[in-house]
Design a protein around this ligand. Structure first.
Ligand code: GDP
Length: 478
């Protein structure tokens, strides 16, 4: 990754003497054969008014260019990773706790349950991994950071309450991620429970049970009375079997940080999900911009592990700093390599924070279309009343310019929320507010995530703006 002063001068089309002069002005005493690090090269280029793009050699950059080129015979089936979502108070936490306690098989009984961000249960000698943070906000926030940790979503709907706004949000977040959905109709023990009404309501969201000709699996459960849990787990295994989730356990581990914190006595602690390969105590690794060496690895049952294979959640210590939730995790051959990759990642992160053109906005939409980068314009619509939201939805669905169409990934009546912004960021969508505005916090989130939020109060204007943007005829706004 490093270059000498002479090589840098050549790259910048300058004389070495000019470069050395500039370096001295920057406080770096340099000779022509001296090696410069990437930071210095970038600073230097900036001084000359030149922008250099740091391209990390592919061999070292397996983080970003994650391509699975495992041979079919190296892949073995791995446990599915499941997230639970649904409306508040419909029983997500209770269900997660109840499922955790169904784990009575095997010799693991007696272990002290640890909260490590995810846990595993075993049924019919097969394992299932559950992410322990219920709700679509956490899930979509991870996705917005590029992390794909889940295979499947359980949407929990209380049978006495039915489909509620956050149920719809959860469905749309799961769909935007392209995940299979299983519906758990919860609280069937309650007197007012009406599971059939839930099924009926969900047909409006293309979740149609098998007995009505659809292909969505519904399971009636009571998280509180522990009814139907085994059936739910069996259905998860069924979906897993159909989708054939596999990984190669015989390579260096790679995964995602689920959560991390600074522990008073143990230092930085990260809870990670191993997704590929096998992680071993002593492995040198990078998590986000941090690096380290696995000192202690603990399972969700509080047991010390020597190694952990695909779909296993573990808590690790041995980090130099605290990484972020959703950060990629990867093992390298030695600590030196890990440190240099972590440094490079810090630089590329700084660059991408400066780089605003990866998210779609209406202003640069046409360019993205021309470059063949997008086939659908993903849109989230929030409006003051359901009627205008529906009117907008049907008008926008009719727009088609040069094969590009508008795809409504989420809509609803109500203010624009931070969850809408996160979904937009994760799905490269724009947000349209009709007679509604984002509050200050949401506005700040949109600015930070570079999500384009358009506010209108006339339907015609929305349609015109989108059409013009798709044709590259939008007047620039100053
Ligand atoms: P969350 O907000 O979706 O995580 O919901 P919680 O798990 O916190 O549950 C909300 C309330 O519903 C709590 O008082 C639970 O005890 C109750 N609850 C959850 N599941 C059931 C169930 O199957 N039957 C009954 N009767 N109550 C339940």
């Amino acid at each position: 990754g490093e270059m000498t002063v002479g090589e840098t001068a050549k790259l910048l089309h300058k004389d070495a003497s000019e470069v050395i002069k500039k370096l001295i002005l920057m406080g770096v005493m340099a000779t022509i054969n001296q090696e410069l690090d990437i930071d210095t090269i970038q600073l230097l280029a900036g001084e000359f008014g030149v922008e250099v793009e740091v391209k990390i050699p592919v061999e070292e950059d397996r983080f970003e260019t994650v391509e699975e080129n495992d041979a079919e015979e190296d892949l073995v089936s791995r446990p599915p990773v499941v997230t639970i979502m649904g409306h508040v108070d419909h029983g997500k936490t209770t269900l997660l706790d109840a499922i955790r306690k169904t784990n009575v098989t095997g010799g693991e009984a007696g272990g002290i349950t640890q909260h490590i961000g995810a846990y595993q249960v075993e049924i019919n000698h097969k394992k299932i991994t559950f992410l322990d943070t219920p709700g679509h906000e956490a899930f979509t926030a991870m996705r917005a950071r590029g992390a794909q940790v889940t295979d499947m979503t359980i949407i929990v709907v209380a049978a006495d309450d039915g489909v509620m706004p956050q149920t719809v949000e959860a469905i749309n977040h799961a769909k935007a991620a392209g995940l299979p959905i299983i519906v758990a109709v919860n609280k069937i023990d309650k007197p007012g429970a009406d599971p059939d009404r839930v099924k009926q309501e969900l047909t409006n969201y293309e979740l149609v049970p098998e007995e009505w000709g659809g292909d969505t699996i519904f399971v009636n459960v009571s998280a509180k009375q522990r009814i139907g849990l085994e059936e739910l787990l069996e259905m998860i295994l069924l979906v897993a079997e159909v989708n054939e989730y596999k990984a190669n356990p015989n390579k260096r581990a790679r995964g995602t940080v689920i959560e991390a914190e600074l522990d008073k006595s143990r230092g930085p602690v990260a809870r990670i999900l191993v997704q590929h390969g096998t992680l071993h105590v002593g492995d040198a690794f990078v998590a986000g911009n941090c690096f380290g060496r696995i000192r202690v690895m603990v399972s969700d049952k509080g047991r010390r592990l020597k190694e952990a294979g695909p779909s296993t959640p573990v808590e690790i210590t041995g980090l130099t700093e605290v990484p972020g939730a959703g950060d990629p995790f990867m093992v390298f051959e030695d600590e030196r390599k890990a440190r240099s990759i972590a440094d490079k990642r810090a630089i590329t992160q700084r660059q991408s924070e400066l780089n605003t053109n990866s998210r779609v906005t209406l202003d640069d939409l046409f360019k993205h279309i021309k470059d063949g980068e997008i086939k659908d314009l993903n849109v989230i619509i929030k409006g003051d009343v359901q009627g205008s939201v529906e009117a907008l939805k049907s008008s926008l669905a009719k727009i088609e310019v040069e094969g590009v169409r508008v795809k409504i990934i989420h809509s609803g009546a109500g203010a624009i929320t931070e969850s809408d912004i996160t979904l937009a960021a994760a799905s490269n969508a724009i947000v349209i507010g009709f007679n509604v505005r984002p509050d200050a916090q949401t506005k700040a989130a949109a600015e930070q995530e570079k999500v384009d939020v358009r506010l209108h109060n006339i339907i015609y204007n929305v349609i015109e703006e989108i059409e013009q943007a798709m044709k590259g005829m939008l007047d620039p706004v100053f």
